[in-house]
Ligand binder design. Structure first.
Ligand code: ZN
Ligand code: ZN
Ligand code: FE
Length: 760
């Protein structure tokens, strides 16, 4: 074989910046005796030119795909062969170019500390021993430090920290594992960590991190600055600081996540299956909801009334050091955000906003470019289900089975919003933004979306939003469309949920069961327990839960006894029972009187929401009278049902495509004194699951559809999901749930952009 000299000009798109790609290219070029250049581009792509023998060039390209760094992803590789011009005398890494005519590349998510860095962190002889911001080409923050492309140190928040001689030497040494690591730093030149009083006064201390650990163990509350924002930390063993924290944060019930020392520690208080262990220890290091073990010994105040607890493992050097000087198995580690506002990222703001809550601050002097909350998952039947897709995932895309026709931007609904830009076969979903109900979160959505569009360099052709006319995301969609000069498509909420599921599994049509708290219906009423037929042209509503009155609208969401009153009014003698629980109405007898009078008049708005029915059962069983956080009554019902069995065995009452929920509430009410809340909770969930499955199966038969999907926030409920799956599969149909996106409203923007991109 004749191997003449050859030149290859290569363009790579994907996740190829911030993952050690250029050092890798440098190495394989040297291995293959090639001369040439590599450089980052302003569109997050990488440009390579190599010259050498044909055989070596071909082997180089082969190595490029086969041996790439573990975190690198190649989406497209274009190679242009030419004659060897003998242009180069060696292989070099060039200064990055600003070129940005390619699109669809992206920078990596934040990556937890790697084993090599952890070893150095603990090695007394290493020059980075005990240095909190230890990172390398394989680990460290990425998404949260990058201000603009290309990914070079001057374009990150590391630009304030000029490298010292030692760090420069590592950075420029091709054999060093920090060769071209943009986050390289050391105690001499890098970010510094310090402890302050609650007023922000720096407390002089030799070892501020280990001192903070000791303070935590003693029962103080410490705000800890992480990569994507501040956490509030405290002991998991002492009730006093947790009570204090709950009071100060006005968070009576909402569960706090904990960070455990290591996997062994987690196993001492929670049940950890194989999948869960894999997630906990992955480089993503998400929060995983785990079942508390029989002898759960952490404070009950961490997740009151729930059978599970959210746990994560340390993911930065700082986190590991916090545990070094203490014996606690775990620390409370909850996002520091004022109620319904984004997580705090700035030192001064932290002091201003958190002073009433915390005793000390453990901060550093490195800014956070993009805030990013921890991700949350739970494992149902061995399958991870995303609850919040954020740190460690965003902005890496999810991949579709087929290409979409046009580039669409989805902006979400109102709760758990994230934005999504969809193009070709990839959907880039932003970090978790939160509930967009005030200016702070709306601005956060705007800036995160803007950043996402800049990073991906995609040109939006259509904007998708919710059907609700008053959501601030809807208004934002029209504003942005005006600016970008593109059309807006308003997508019905449950249609978006099911379209997301179809796109995830590359299906053309499906019967979707969509159950959640609230979605604005095509008829303007409140939906939330829907059976839909969806295909790529649209959807039809086939069946739903019975309409129930929501006395006082949003007040009925907050106080589920209002739902009980509405459902049972006129059906059984519920008034006496309601009066015996009158203390659970904030304004007592007067309020209950108003509720009952409104029911008499029949003017209350109606909803088919499954969430509201679960809430009502929860209140009826005395499990939860006030929803202080999203889904609280329903998750407490699920926790109670864990220990129950189907004692009522109710046959679903269905007529005209409507599942009777009054019947369910009535049976639970009548038999409330005969059985345990656990059995009644389980029976109620079973009834709804069987009814929904029956409705779906009937429609599959009628329409000749093979695929059934389950989406919406209720799909987190393992019991309901399992019962539906068993029936659907038992009848010979295929059952689908979400894998890569959250079943809840965090997946809505993806579904919206899917619908908009499918339209002609
Ligand atoms: Zn590392
Ligand atoms: Zn240094
Ligand atoms: Fe929803």
């Amino acid at each position: 074989m004749v191997c003449g000299p050859l030149r290859a000009e290569i363009l790579v798109t994907g996740i190829v910046q911030g993952v050690g790609f250029r050092p890798f290219i440098y190495r394989i070029a040297a291995e293959n005796q090639l001369k040439g250049t590599v450089r980052n581009r302003g569109d997050a792509g990488v440009e390579i030119v190599v010259e050498g023998s044909e055989e070596n060039v071909k082997r180089f390209i082969d190595d490029l795909e086969r041996k790439k760094p573990p975190l690198a992803r190649i989406y497209e590789l274009s190679v242009n062969y030419a004659e060897d011009k003998g242009e180069f005398s060696r292989f070099i890494i060039l200064k990055s170019s600003e070129k940005s005519d390619l699109s669809g590349s992206i920078i990596p998510p934040d990556i937890s500390i790697c084993d090599n860095c952890l070893r150095e962190l603990r090695d007394l002889k290493d020059r980075r021993y005990g240095y909190f911001f230890i990172t390398c080409t394989d680990c460290g923050p990425r998404y949260t430090i990058i201000e603009k492309l290309p990914y070079d140190r001057p374009n990150t928040v590391m630009n304030r920290f000029p490298m010292c001689e030692d760090c420069s030497r590592e950075y420029t040494d091709p054999l060093n594992r920090r060769f071209h690591a943009q986050t390289v730093a050391c105690p001499r030149c890098g970010p510094r960590v310090f402890l302050t009083s609650k007023d922000g006064q720096i407390l002089d201390h030799q070892d501020p991190i280990r001192e903070a650990g000791r303070l935590l163990e003693e029962g103080y509350i410490v705000a800890v600055k992480g990569n994507g924002g501040f956490h509030v930390a405290t002991s998991t063993m002492k009730p006093e600081p947790i009570i204090r924290l709950r009071k100060a944060k006005h968070r009576a019930q909402k569960p706090f996540a904990v960070m455990a020392r290591d996997l062994e520690a987690v196993k001492s208080f929670a049940e950890v299956g194989k999948e869960e262990a894999a997630l906990l220890t992955s480089y993503i290091k998400p929060i995983v909801l785990l079942k508390k073990s029989e002898n759960f010994y952490l404070s009950d105040l961490i997740s009151p009334g729930l059978h599970n607890v959210g746990v994560m493992l340390p993911y930065t050097g700082l986190h590991y050091m916090l545990f070094d000087s203490i014996n606690e198995p775990a620390l409370v580690m909850t996002s520091a955000n004022p109620p319904s506002e984004p997580i705090i990222v700035e030192n001064q703001e932290a002091v201003r906003r958190l002073r009433p809550v915390v005793d000390f601050f453990l901060m550093h002097d490195r800014d956070i470019a993009q805030r990013c909350d921890d991700s949350v998952l739970r494992v149902n039947r061995g399958t991870p289900t995303l609850i919040r897709r954020s740190r460690g995932y965003a902005p890496a895309p999810i991949h579709l089975g087929s290409e979409v026709k046009r580039c669409a931007l989805g902006l979400g609904a109102e709760e758990n919003v994230a934005s999504c830009v969809l193009s070709g076969k990839r959907a880039f979903i932003s970090q978790y933004i939160g509930d967009v109900e005030n200016l702070e979160t709306l601005n956060y959505l705007k800036s995160a979306t803007d950043h996402l569009l800049k990073l991906t360099n995609l040109k939006v052709e259509v904007i998708a939003c919710d059907l609700h006319p008053k959501f601030s995301t809807t208004k934002f969609a029209y504003e942005l469309a005006e600016k970008l000069g593109c059309p807006v498509v308003q997508v019905q909420h449950h249609h978006a949920h099911i379209a997301a599921l179809m796109a995830e599994h590359n299906l053309t049509h499906m019967i979707g069961i969509c159950c959640d708290g609230f979605g604005y219906g095509s008829d303007g009423s409140a939906w939330g327990g829907e059976i839909l037929y969806c295909d790529r042209d649209g959807f039809r509503r086939l069946a739903h839960l019975q309409e129930q009155p929501m006395v006082g609208g949003d007040a009925a969401t907050r106080y589920p006894l209002r739902m009980v009153a509405g459902i049972l009014h006129g059906l059984v003698d519920v008034e006496e029972w309601l009066y015996s629980n009158v203390r659970c109405f904030p304004r007592g007898e007067m309020e209950l009187g108003v509720v009952l009078r409104q029911l008499e008049s029949g003017h209350a708005p109606k909803t088919t929401s499954c969430g509201r029915v679960l809430d009502a059962v929860s209140a009826l069983l005395g499990l939860c009278y006030e929803r202080t956080y999203e889904g609280e009554p329903a998750v407490k019902l699920e926790s109670a049902a864990i220990k129950g069995r189907d004692i009522l065995c109710l046959t679903p009452k269905i007529s005209g495509g409507v599942l009777d929920t009054s019947y369910l509430l009535k049976e639970v009410f009548i038999r409330r004194d005969e059985h345990s809340p656990a059995d009644l909770a389980y029976s109620a969930e079973s009834y709804l699951a069987r009814g929904l499955a029956e409705l779906a199966v009937k429609e599959c038969d009628r329409l000749g559809v093979q695929a059934v999907g389950f989406s919406g926030g209720v799909a987190y409920n393992e019991h309901i999901s399992r019962v539906i799956r068993n029936i659907v599969e038992g009848e010979g149909f295929n059952f689908f749930t979400h894998i890569q996106i959250p079943p809840g409203d965090g997946g809505i923007s993806f579904g919206q952009s899917v619908v908009a991109s499918w339209l002609n």
